[in-house]
Design a binder for this molecule. Structure first.
Ligand SMILES: NC(=O)c1ccc[n+]([C@@H]2O[C@H](COP(=O)([O-])OP(=O)(O)OC[C@H]3O[C@@H](n4cnc5c(N)ncnc54)[C@H](OP(=O)(O)O)[C@@H]3O)[C@@H](O)[C@H]2O)c1
Length: 315
């Protein structure tokens, strides 16, 4: 079958290859992949000399071609979305049946493929606030102020919407104010530039950027705030004065958040919100996987607002 391979030591890093058909474990189904998305991490952190050769992609959508032989999971012909380490930029992919979320009929393969990594990350990180603030209300976000750093990103746009759905008011912080008009439509109460004057105090910071931007956001924290450090798109370190923080925002918590599971139930929660029209999937680029090199370049240069999705024809 055809697949798109990333090889850190080759020029170009991305190429089509012929690889063996997937050999599923008893608890894995074989999926005919229809769409798969690109994450900045697919190539943005791939250094020449790293010796990495792999089929790209972690998230995808498609149709069950062969159900798991242990009888678990959805049957042949079911439309599904998934997050998997097995490489989704391929015509077919073996995926643990417990990681398969069934697609509502109204959700397209393209939208479904953009959702797993970004959506599960945004949802899981906001769930951390609920876990850390049980005494503050039903899920810790109702009536509180959330600041999203890097709100134009895939994770950022989903975090804005999920926080608003839980009753928070959201300030979206962006680097480039010229491509942000849609953030108000997604529910952000205000959009501010990374270099503007900020006049807000915040209860929750969702940080996708790090560096000096995170330092600024920490200076806006209210008491008992939460900082969800999810990404470091700036590739820069932050210096935090914890003594100052103790005085200004006593009881605040930092979570170095990494999504470690591939939860199908959480993915089904997100797909349900998309079906209901409550969640807009931030797809900034979609097109044939024949144009994958262009798409990867655009993502690496951060020229896609939201997610880039490759459409894979059925072989
Ligand atoms: N912890 C986890 O489990 C997890 C999971 C998924 C992703 N991540 C991480 O989360 C981050 C966001 O992921 P994504 O796929 O949503 O990323 P993305 O779509 O590539 O977006 C990156 C965001 O960071 C902003 N940005 C980049 N450099 C900046 C700078 N120097 N100053 C201000 N803003 C800057 C970009 O703004 P522009 O629009 O202006 O370019 C954009 O909003 C990445 O670092 C990724 O590695 C972590």
């Amino acid at each position: 079958m055809r697949a798109l391979q990333l090889a850190s030591d080759s020029v170009p890093m991305l190429s089509f290859v012929d690889v063996a058909e997937p050999a599923p474990q008893p608890n894995e189904a074989v999926i005919s992949v229809c769409a798969a998305s690109i994450n900045y991490g697919d190539a943005g952190y791939l250094e020449p000399g790293a010796g990495i050769v792999k089929i790209g992609g972690y998230d995808g959508s498609g149709v069950v071609l062969r159900a798991a032989v242990d009888g678990s999971g959805p049957g042949v012909g079911t439309r599904v979305a998934f997050l998997t380490p097995n490489g989704t930029w391929a015509e077919r992919c073996a995926v643990r049946s417990s990681d398969l979320a069934e697609l509502p009929a109204s959700v397209s393969f393209v939208d479904a493929a953009a959702l797993p990594a970004a959506g599960l990350t945004a949802l899981g990180a906001l769930d951390e606030v609920a876990r850390g603030s049980r005494s503050d209300g039903p899920d810790g976000l109702d009536g509180r102020h959330v600041t999203v750093l890097g709100a134009t990103s895939g994770v950022g746009q989903l975090a804005v919407q999920l926080a608003v759905l839980r009753g928070a008011s959201v300030t979206a912080v962006v680097r480039d104010l010229t491509r942000t008009e849609h953030l108000a439509e997604l529910g952000a109460s205000e959009t501010v530039g990374a270099d503007d004057e900020w006049a807000f105090g915040t209860d929750v910071v969702v940080d996708l950027v790090g560096g000096p931007l995170l330092e600024r956001a920490v200076s806006t924290l209210r008491p008992r705030a939460h900082v969800l450090a999810i990404g470091n798109a700036s590739h820069r370190a932050s210096t935090i004065d914890f003594e100052q923080l103790r005085r200004n925002a006593p009881g605040s918590r930092f979570v170095a958040y990494t999504r470690t599971d591939t939860s199908a139930p959480d993915l089904e929660r997100l797909l349900g919100l998309v079906e209901d029209g409550a969640l807009v999937v931030p797809v900034g680029w979609s097109g044939s996987w024949e144009d994958a090199a262009t798409a990867l370049q655009l993502v690496s240069e951060r020229r896609v607002v939201g997610k880039a999705v490759l459409e894979i024809p059925t072989a």
